[in-house]
Design a protein around this ligand. Sequence first.
Ligand code: C2O
Ligand code: CU
Length: 462
Amino acid sequence: MPTRRAFIGQTAAFLGLAATGRQVSAASPAPLTAREAVVQLAPDSYPATSIWGYEGRAPGPAIRVLQGERVRRRVVNELPEPTSVHWHGIRVDNAMDGVSGLTQQAVPPGESFDYDFVAPDAGTYWYHAHNRSWVQVARGLHGPLIVEEAEPPEVDREETLVLDDWLLDPETALIDESFDHPMSMSHGGRIGNLITTNGRFDLSIPVARHMRLRLRLINASNARIFPLQITGLRGWTVALDGMPLAAPEPLEDVLVLAPAQRADLIVDVTAEAGETAHLVRIGNDDRPASQVAFPVSGSAAQTPRAAPAALPPNSVSGLGSLADARPLRLVMSGGAMGRMDSALLGGERLGFRDLAARGRFWAFNEMAEMTQTPLADLSIGEPVRLEIVNETVFPHAMHLHGMHFREIRDGRPVGPMRDTLLVAAQETREIGFVADNPGDWLFHCHMLSHAESGMMTWVRVT
Ligand code: C2O
Ligand code: CU
């Protein structure tokens, strides 16, 4: 893998070649331009909405590669402020992780940055802005990144479904600019008033009875947790956060998709022709609403199919020996109705009100900001167990960059590898991972205004 330095060297060499007029077009990565655009998000009776999107779309274009292939993209910044792109869930080379201020400098307006990395694991991933994310992702800067298996499961149709939640002014349909509002920072994060799938509030996908679909769900919203169900469909969860489950799990109950999490479902249409199947979202008031409608016409087959097989596993390292694992602890505190009296900011201990006045509402181990020193200095290959203690009265979706983890319960790893874990209010959970990817890796809450107001730390692997 090239280091960032070597990579810049390559780019310079490439520019040198271009200056001499030699044919090098094949070497130039496809652009992914971040720019403003106007799209119709709200129902037609409302005005259009000005967003920021990759290629002017939200979600941005789906990037698809085969497992093991390279993703090469020139991110061109046509926004009025600096940006960078993070490839969420991909075990990338640290220099390609796209975290402004940690793994690269933010790309100024009018400039570009070439991303080039291998996608080692098949699955459903996504990309999003990682500079001022609580603003830039809310404005629409995100898109799907799909890494295909060499031998994908047999389905009649595949759909990537990007769930989003927009906070719009109800009169003008413009994006509500109150990104820093203390209320959203200190409570559940920026919760919107227009929920979309693939940029539509009323997405409808025609299907036939007994059709088998693969649904790749991505929660790209800033803070909304989606409790999901299916009707008129029989389904299985086959992967979470891109990583295959050892065995498909029948989807009979509610599937909870926290911000940044993904789920791959295989669903068979059981509704009759003339009926409509749904991906259903359970609202805050416990009432179900249609997230995606699947109107049924005709029949794709005479009989239903047998249950699907598991997806081929990715070759991620296991957890190593838990007995030898380095124990770490992360205590989350703060927020409205929390009991955080004070925390450290800029080397000073401040009371909750002073912190709030500086836009800080949360702390990790009593630090209300990203610290100069990492949460842990890990040596390459070291097994780690990390206890996450949520002392707040809000749930938090904790995301580790660069490495996947498994949950540990009663001293045993459970479930698939994941990159984002939803920790409920006042709950303690434990994760384990092997520090097998060198570099500086963020560990933060993916309720993006929480990350901005104190819930961000990092680990160093050398
Ligand atoms: Cu998907 Cu640090 O983020
Ligand atoms: Cu949070």
